[in-house]
Structure formats: C-alpha cells, structure tokens
Design a protein around this ligand. Structure first.
Ligand code: ZN
Length: 183
C-alpha cells in the first residue's frame, strides 16, 4: 500500500477504516473520500537501434539512481500509455519513437504499479540523456550492463532479445531454404 493518508485530503477529517467488498480502505466519515490505493500505470520502452543494439538510460532519479534501465516513467494525467511511452522516450533520451506494439504487461512485486512495456520501431538517431537521465547509450545485445535497475525491465529485454535471435535464425534458415530451392 502507498503511504496511508491520516486526514481526508478533501475536508481534513480524520480517516477511518471502512470495508469495501471485504477490503479495508481508509475512508472519510464526513465526505465521500476513499483512499482506493489503485496501482499506478508505468510505461517502459524497448527502443532498438538500427545498429542492432538497444537504448538504455542510466537513471538520474531514485529509485535505483545510477543503474541502467529502459526509458520509463509514469503515465501523466489525461494521457494514454502509448502517448506516455512516446513522451518518456523524448524526455529521457531525446528520441522520437514510434511504439509498434505493447510488448508485455507486468505487475512489479511490492510496488503497486502496473508496468506496460512497449516495443518501438528501431531508431536511427543516437540517444541524448534528458533531465531524468545521467547517460543514454546504445548497447549491443550481447553486451548489456550487468546492473539493470529493475528485474522486470531485464525480463522484458531478455524476452525480446530471445525473440530477435529466434527470428534471425528463422530468417537465416529461410534464406538457406530459398538458396536450395533455386539450385
Ligand atoms: Zn472528507
């Protein structure tokens, strides 16, 4: 649970615990306020580079300051996750990206968040660290940094890399097939 409110943020009455469908929530006895504590949506983006690598940023903000991570951030008020992915990529690494699809949805343990990972079209530009990032860099897929900030970023990255290798292999064997067929 996020930090529990003691007082109603609307009318400053002391909150009490009420049951909603069997779940305890802090609620206001004087007005309609309930601290629902719903999970916060977060987006992260896998941004491939045309050179064959992937873009990572070195976090300039806690949590996990100084660790490498996918460009990521909270969805803003009034924004969809897709727009959030585009905005975060611009803010954190100066890249204009086109998300091609939602790559995975995760629920990080102990954080009350929902993490949506998007896959972007490969970029040609090089990343430039924004105000939230200490560094932004393209890493070859077989030389990722060991200190990746979040296990689920790492999980999504490794799943994507595995899929890339699989389709490369398929591409190669399909190519061989064609060569054979020609003979
Ligand atoms: Zn109230």
């Amino acid at each position: 649970m996020a930090q529990a409110f003691k007082y109603c943020p609307l009318c400053a009455t002391s909150l009490v615990v009420k049951l909603f469908d069997g779940n305890e929530k802090n609620a206001c006895p004087a007005c309609d306020f309930v601290q629902w504590d719903n999970p916060l949506p977060v987006v992260a983006i896998i941004v491939p580079h045309v050179s064959g690598g992937v873009v990572l940023i070195k976090r300039g903000m806690p949590p996990r300051l100084g660790f490498w991570a996918l460009p990521a951030g909270f969805v803003d008020h009034g924004e969809g996750p897709f727009q959030a992915a585009v905005r975060e990529a611009k803010e954190e690494c100066g890249l204009d990206i086109k998300p091609v699809r939602l790559y995975g949805v995760y629920t990080p343990q102990g954080s009350n968040q929902i993490l949506m990972v998007y896959l972007a079209k490969p970029v040609t530009q090089l990343p430039v660290p924004g105000s939230d990032a200490l560094e932004a860099q393209v890493f070859p897929l077989d030389q990722l940094p060991a200190d990746i900030a979040f296990p689920l970023h790492e999980e999504a990255l490794h799943k994507w890399i595995k899929n890339c290798r699989r389709s490369q292999k398929r591409g190669r064997s399909a190519g061989r097939g064609k060569a054979r067929a020609k003979r």
